[in-house]
Design a protein around this ligand. Structure first.
Ligand code: XUL
Ligand code: CO
Length: 442
C-alpha cells in the first residue's frame, strides 16, 4: 500500500501506524493488533476483519441535538457535491491505508449527497462507485457491506418498508436497488438492513401485523433482486430495540431470528449485531452473539459501546478488554465470522476535534479487540474453562440424563426417576471462579 504524503494528504504528519508491542509509548502505534500474528490457527486480521464506518468517521461533524458542528475537516470544503464526495473518499482511503483497516462500510448517502431526483441519485452513485472501484484496486481495501439510509430523509418519518403510504415504500425500494447495485459493483461481502424507522411511535395509529408483512415482502424482493444480479454475499439484519422509533420491529437477535424463520428468509439473511444496540435491548453483547451463533446466524458485528450512566446510543469506541473477551470466547467457539467483520460503528466525541483523534479512536478499538481475542484464546487453550462448563452438564452424558436428551423418557419416567433418587445434591455454579479465569489471562 502506498502512503499518501505531501500536499495531497489530509492527515499530514501521520505516517503508517505500526505494531510496536506492549511497551511502546507511541500513541500512534498498536500495542496488541498485529495483523499477521496467528491466533487459534489463523491470522488476527482474518478473525477480526476490521472495517471503517464511513458515516461516523467522514460524515460525522460532531453535532448533537443541542448544538451544531464542531468538526471542521478539510475534505468537505468544495462547493461542488461531486468533488466533495471524491475528496471525502480520498481522505477515507488515506486514513484506512495509514491505519491498516482492510474493509469499509457505507450508506448510499455517506458516499455522495442525494437529491430528490431518483435518476440523478443513480447517476451520482454510479459516479462515486467508479471512483471507489479505483481506490479499492489501488489500496487493496475491500467493501465489507453497503446499505441504504432509509431513515434520515423527511419522507421516511413514518418508516420506509413499513410506511403506511405505499408510495414512500417505493422510494425506499429505489434506494435499496441503487445501494445493492453499488455493493455488487464494489464486490461487497454483505448487504445490511438497519430499520431505524421500521417500527412505531404509537400502536394507536399502527397496523403492526400489516407493517411486519410489508417489511418481509420488501426484504424478499430486495433479496430476489440481489440474487438475480449475481450477489452471493450475505444479507444482514441489524437489530436495535428503539431509537429513533419508540419500538423497532428488529428488536433484538431473538426477535429477528423468529421473524426471519417465520417469513422464510433464514437462508439468505444473518445478523449484524451491535454492542450498544444489545445494551439498549437490556442484554449484554455476549448474549446477542450467543443467540445468533447457536442459530447459525452470526453474520457480522458493529463495534462500539454505550455509556452505563445513560440510556441512548452513544456509539463510543470500545475500550473494555474484559467485556470483549467474553464475546471473543463465543466468537472463537463459533469458528469466526466467515464473510462478516467488525465494523467500528463508533464516533469520536463532539469535543475530539483533531484529525489524529480519529486515529487514537480506531487504534484503541483495534487493540481492545486484538487483546480480547488473545485473552479468549488463552482461556480456551490453557484454562479449565471449557472443562468446567462441560462438567456442569455431566448428568446428561450417560444413564437417564442421556436417555432424556435422546427423547426416550416421558413425563412419568422423569417423575419416577425423581422419586427413586430423592432430593438432588447442591451443586455450585461457581460464577466467581469463571470470572477470575478471564481476569487471569488479561
Ligand atoms: C444506527 C446504526 C446504523 C447501522 C447502519 O444505530 O447502527 O448506523 O449500522 O444503518
Ligand atoms: Co450499526
Amino acid at each position: 500500500m502506498s502512503i499518501i504524503t505531501g500536499d495531497k494528504a489530509f492527515f499530514k504528519g501521520i505516517g503508517q501506524v505500526q505494531f510496536e508491542g506492549r511497551e511502546s509509548k507511541n500513541p500512534l502505534a498498536f500495542r496488541w493488533y498485529e495483523a499477521d500474528r496467528v491466533v487459534a490457527g489463523k491470522p488476527m486480521k482474518d478473525w477480526l476483519r476490521f472495517a471503517c464506518a464511513y458515516w461516523h468517521s467522514f460524515n460525522g461533524d460532531g453535532s448533537d441535538p443541542f448544538g451544531g458542528r464542531t468538526h471542521f475537516f478539510p475534505w468537505d470544503q468544495s462547493a461542488d457535491p461531486l468533488q466533495r464526495a471524491k475528496d471525502k473518499m480520498d481522505a477515507a482511503f488515506e486514513f484506512m491505508t495509514k491505519i491498516n483497516l482492510p474493509f469499509y462500510c457505507f450508506h448510499d448517502v455517506d458516499l455522495i449527497e442525494h437529491t430528490n431526483d431518483i435518476q440523478e441519485n443513480e447517476k451520482r452513485m454510479s459516479f462515486i462507485t467508479d471512483y471507489a472501484k479505483q481506490k479499492q484496486a489501488a489500496s487493496g481495501i475491500e467493501l465489507l457491506w453497503g446499505t441504504a439510509n432509509l431513515f434520515s430523509h423527511v419522507r421516511y418519518m413514518n418508516g420506509a418498508a413499513t410506511n403506511p403510504d405505499f408510495h414512500v415504500l417505493t422510494h425506499g425500494a429505489a434506494q435499496v436497488k441503487a445501494a445493492l447495485d453499488a455493493t455488487i459493483k464494489l464486490g461487497g461481502s454483505n448487504y445490511v438492513f438497519w430499520g431505524g424507522r421500521e417500527g412505531y411511535m404509537s400502536l394507536l395509529n399502527t397496523d403492526m401485523k400489516r407493517e411486519q408483512e410489508h417489511l418481509a415482502k420488501f426484504l424478499h424482493v430486495a433479496k430476489d433482486y440481489g440474487r438475480a444480479q449475481g450477489f452471493t454475499g450475505t444479507f444482514l439484519i441489524e437489530p436495535k430495540p428503539c431509537e429513533p422509533t419508540k419500538h423497532q420491529y428488529d428488536y433484538d437477535a431473538a426477535t429477528v431470528i423468529g421473524f426471519l424463520e417465520h417469513f422464510g428468509l433464514q437462508n439468505d439473511f444473518k445478523l449484524n449485531l451491535e454492542v450498544n444496540h444489545a445494551t439498549l435491548a437490556g442484554h449484554t453483547f455476549q448474549h446477542e452473539v450467543q443467540v445468533a451463533a447457536q442459530a447459525g446466524l452470526l453474520g457480522s458485528m458493529d463495534a462500539n459501546r454505550g455509556d452505563y450512566q445513560n440510556g441512548w446510543d452513544t456509539d463510543q469506541f470500545p475500550t473494555s478488554v474484559n467485556e470483549l473477551a467474553e464475546t471473543m470466547l463465543i466468537l472463537l467457539e463459533a469458528g469466526g465470522l466467515n464473510k462478516g467483520g467488525i465494523n467500528f460503528d463508533a464516533k469520536i466525541r463532539r469535543n475530539s476535534t483533531d484529525p489524529e483523534d480519529l486515529f487514537y479512536a480506531h487504534i484503541g478499538g483495534m487493540d481492545t479487540f486484538a487483546r480480547a481475542l488473545i485473552v479468549a484464546d488463552a482461556v480456551l487453550q490453557q484454562s479449565d474453562y471449557k472443562k468446567l462448563r462441560q462438567q456442569r452438564y455431566q448428568s446428561f452424558d450417560s444413564g437417564a440424563g442421556a436417555d432424556f436428551e435422546a427423547g426416550k423418557l416421558d413425563l412419568v419416567a422423569l417423575r419416577d426417576y425423581a422419586v427413586a433418587n430423592g432430593e438432588p445434591a447442591m451443586i455450585s455454579g461457581k460464577q466467581e471462579l469463571y470470572e477470575n479465569i478471564i481476569n487471569q489471562y488479561i
